[in-house]
Design a protein around this ligand. Structure first.
Ligand code: GAP
Length: 444
C-alpha cells in the first residue's frame, strides 16, 4: 500500500468510526483543529493514563500538577516566548500561498530573485522571511487594550516552573524530583497539517525533572533511556522509532541539548517526543523577572542553587497518531478483506464486545447480562445487529481486542467463545470467569 493511500485510509476510518472529526465541520471546518469522537476520546484517555501511571503513580520522585492555561503575560516575557517563539513566514506574491521560511521545498533564498515558490513554481515571487510569533493572544476583562493581553500557553512547562517551589513545599520532595502535567497548549502554526500531527490546539504531556547543576547530563541520559523504553513498549514495531539529535541551529532558545524521538509516519520520519536539557534557563529568567528567590536549599550539601531541568515533552495528539499509524493493518479473513486496528489491549478504546450469535433463543438476554456485569470494570460494547461476521469486522475496525459471543452452547452450559482480534483464535471459557480472564489480558 502506498504511504499516501495509507494516510488517506486512516483519516477516513478515523472519521467513519468516530475517532476524530474536523472541528466545526458543518461550517466548512476550522483550520487544523480536530475533535475526538467516542472511540478517539477513549483512545486518547488511555494513552494519557498510561503516561500518567508510568510518570507519576509508578514513581516516588514525580508529583502531578494541573496549572491554568492562562498565566500572567510576564511569564511569557520572562521565558523568552514573547521575543523568541517565532517562525519565519514567507508569502508567494503570485499564488498567495504561505510557507515557513525554512521549508525544505523552497529552492533559493526567499526574497531573492532566484527563489522559487514550491507551490506554483514562480521565481522571484517569495517575500523575504518575516518573523511571526506563534502565541495566540486574547484579552482578560472587558477592555481590549494592550494592558489586558494574555496568551494561550504554547507549552505546559511554564506552569510547572512557576509552581515548582509550591510543589516542593507541599510534597516534601527533595532534588532530584520531577513535576508532571497533562494539558492543552496552543500554537498559531504557519503550516499545520497532516491530520492531528501539527495542529493549532493540542495536548501536551510534559515532565520537568529538577536536578543538581552538574548532574544534568547524567539525568538527561537517564530520561532518554526511560522515554525510549516506554515508547518502544507501546508500539508494535519499534523499528519505526529512532533518535534525532538537535544540531546547534535547531536547538530551542532554552535548551543546551535536545533529542527527539521520531516515528516513521506514512509521510516520513517526524518528531513526536522531545527530551531537553533546559539548564537553569527558565528558573533563572523567572527569578530575575519576578524578583522572587527560586533557589533550592540542598540540606545534604548545605548549599543553595537554582536547579537544572531535564524536560520530557510529548504531544498526546501526536502520540495518538503514532498509535493509529502503528496499529492500522489490512488483511484477508476467510477470503474477505478486513481493516484492523491492532492496538495494545491496554489502550484499545473498547476492551471487549458482547455479541449474541442470533437475536433469539434467550441469547440476547444472556449477552446483555454479561455486558451489564462487565461494563463497570471494562469499556464494553454490546451489539446484536447484523451478521456475526459483520459485527466482528466492525470491532476489528474499532481495534477491540476481544469479542465475546453468546451461542447455543451458552444456554446449555454457561460458556462463551472469546475471539481474539489478531490471531482470530476462539477460546471457549465460562462466562462467570470472563472478568478475571479479561483483567489478566488487559494488565499493562
Ligand atoms: N516544552 C517543550 C516543548 O513544547 P516542543 O518540541 O515544541 O517542545 C513538544 O513540543 C511536543 O509537543 C512535540 O514533540 C509534539 O509531540 C507536541 N507538539 C508541538 N507542537 C505541536 C502541534 N502544533 N501540534 C501537535 N503537537 C505538537
Amino acid at each position: 500500500m502506498a504511504d499516501s493511500d495509507r494516510m488517506e485510509k486512516l483519516v477516513s476510518l478515523a472519521k467513519r468510526r468516530g475517532f476524530v472529526f474536523q472541528s466545526s465541520e458543518i461550517y466548512g471546518g476550522l483550520g487544523s483543529v480536530w475533535d475526538y469522537g467516542p472511540l478517539g476520546v477513549e483512545l486518547k484517555r488511555n494513552i494519557k493514563d498510561r503516561w500518567w501511571r508510568a510518570m507519576v503513580h509508578a514513581r516516588d520522585d514525580i508529583e502531578g500538577l494541573d496549572a491554568g492555561i492562562l498565566m500572567s503575560p510576564r511569564v511569557w516575557e520572562a521565558s523568552g516566548h514573547v521575543a523568541g517563539f517565532t517562525d519565519p513566514l514567507v508569502d508567494c506574491k503570485h499564488c498567495k500561498q504561505r510557507f515557513r521560511g525554512d521549508d525544505p521545498r523552497i529552492k533559493g533564498t526567499p526574497g531573492q530573485p532566484d527563489a522559487q515558490c514550491p507551490a506554483c513554481g514562480t521565481r522571484g515571487s517569495l517575500t523575504a522571511p518575516r518573523m511571526f510569533n506563534l502565541m495566540f493572544k486574547t484579552f482578560m476583562g472587558p477592555v481590549e487594550e494592550d494592558a489586558a493581553v494574555v496568551y494561550l500557553r504554547p507549552e505546559t512547562a511554564q506552569g510547572i516552573y512557576v509552581n515548582y517551589l509550591n510543589v516542593l513545599q507541599g510534597s516534601r520532595q527533595k532534588i532530584p524530583f520531577g513535576i508532571a502535567q497533562i494539558g492543552k497548549a496552543f500554537r498559531n502554526e504557519i503550516t499545520p497539517g497532516n491530520f492531528i500531527f501539527r495542529t493549532r490546539e493540542f495536548e501536551q504531556m510534559e515532565m520537568q525533572f529538577f536536578v543538581r547543576p552538574g548532574e544534568d547530563e547524567k539525568w538527561f541520559e537517564y530520561w532518554r533511556e526511560q522515554r525510549m523504553a516506554w515508547q518502544a513498549a507501546l508500539v508494535r514495531d519499534a523499528a519505526k522509532l529512532r533518535w534525532h539529535q538537535h544540531g546547534p541551529g535547531e536547538l530551542a532558545h532554552y535548551a543546551k541539548a535536545a533529542y527527539d524521538i521520531e516515528f516513521e509516519f506514512p509521510f516520513g520520519w517526524q518528531e513526536f517526543e522531545g527530551i531537553h536539557n533546559r539548564t537553569d534557563f527558565d528558573l533563572s529568567r523567572h527569578q530575575q523577572a519576578s524578583g522572587k528567590k527560586l533557589e533550592y536549599f540542598d540540606q545534604e550539601r548545605n548549599e543553595r542553587y537554582l536547579p537544572y531541568v531535564i524536560e520530557t515533552s510529548l504531544g498526546a495528539d501526536r502520540l495518538a497518531l503514532v498509535v493509529l499509524c502503528d496499529a492500522y493493518d489490512e488483511d484477508t479473513v476467510e477470503g474477505e478483506a478486513r481493516v484492523v486496528l491492532r492496538f495494545r489491549p491496554e489502550i484499545a478504546p473498547i476492551k471487549a464486545a458482547v455479541l449474541p450469535l442470533v437475536k433469539k433463543d434467550g441469547m440476547p438476554e444472556i449477552a446483555r447480562r454479561i455486558y451489564d456485569e462487565l461494563r463497570g470494570r471494562f469499556t464494553m460494547f454490546y451489539d446484536d445487529g447484523g451478521s456475526i461476521g459483520r459485527r466482528y469486522r466492525r470491532q476489528d475496525e474499532a481495534g477491540t481486542p476481544f469479542a465475546v459471543t453468546v451461542d447455543g452452547q451458552t444456554t446449555q452450559d454457561g460458556t462463551v467463545t472469546v475471539r481474539h482480534r489478531d490471531t482470530l483464535v476462539q477460546d471457549r471459557i465460562a462466562a462467570a470467569s470472563l472478568a478475571t480472564w479479561l483483567a489478566e489480558r488487559l494488565a499493562p
